[in-house]
Design a protein. Structure first.
Length: 244
């Protein structure tokens, strides 16, 4: 069945250098509301470099706001189509939206800023990347310059590459230093380190709300993007030989 699912993935996800995907074994890792879905497909789409680079020179802006929303809509279409095609194989599947909504928020969200589901966790289990010092997903191919979505399935999938269990950020502190909120401690992530040990989600949320409202006049998102733009992993992938 895995081969048939992979064929469906290849039929939906373009092989154009702008997309990545991987398979993940999520056994024992998901909240009980996802009972029966022990495997997942992580899908990432690259963000436009010109827009992301503009965050460095101009700060958060309307171009980034539009890119963020348009990419979410695009990813939602991809995972919805893929889930439908997998369902047609007789495999139960569930598309998970790229931006978390009320359905996936923990009842304690206002106190913890935690969700029932993590696209980043699926991405690390699929071997596509790791979690950086500012709690970003850092992909092997695009650095932090991407958005993620997922599809869960109820049939076994064998990962195509080994899961990534620890950070590869090393001694780099660019995102820590550039974060307008001062949200990161600089501690390295691994699968045994809780988010709150290296990153203050409340500081990030509050500052991003302030920045995005000032930059866009919109209060429906909390976006900043500076850590995405300055991450050397993404900038080196885009600009070979260029250092952050």
């Amino acid at each position: 069945m895995q081969q048939r699912i992979v064929e469906q993935i290849r039929g939906v996800i373009p092989d154009d250098g702008w997309h990545i995907w991987g398979l993940a074994d999520l056994s024992g890792l998901l909240h009980e509301r996802f009972a029966g879905y022990n495997y997942g497909i992580s899908i990432g789409v690259k963000l436009d470099d010109a827009v992301i680079d503009s965050l460095i020179t101009k700060g958060t802006n309307m171009d980034y706001y539009r890119l963020y929303n348009e990419t979410n809509v695009y990813l939602l279409g991809l995972v919805t189509e893929l889930a439908e095609k997998i369902n047609s194989l007789g495999v139960k599947s569930l598309a998970i939206t790229p931006t978390s909504n009320q359905l996936y928020r923990s009842p304690e969200y206002t106190r913890t800023l935690r969700h029932y589901f993590s696209h980043k966790m699926v991405g690390t289990r699929a071997g596509l990347g790791w979690i950086g010092k500012c709690d970003l997903f850092i992909s092997l191919k695009f650095g932090a310059r991407l958005r993620l979505a997922s599809v869960l399935v109820d049939t076994p999938l064998k990962p195509l590459q080994p899961p990534i269990d620890k950070s590869r950020c090393g001694k780099c502190t660019v995102c820590v230093e550039k974060c307008p909120a001062g949200a990161a401690s600089g501690k390295l992530w691994n699968i045994k380190v809780d988010r709150d040990e290296f990153y203050n989600a409340f500081k990030c949320r509050d500052k991003a709300k302030e920045i995005s409202l000032a930059a866009t006049g919109q209060d429906d998102h909390e976006i900043c993007g500076i850590c995405i733009a300055v991450c050397p992993a993404g900038r080196k992938a885009v600009h070979p030989g260029r250092t952050a």
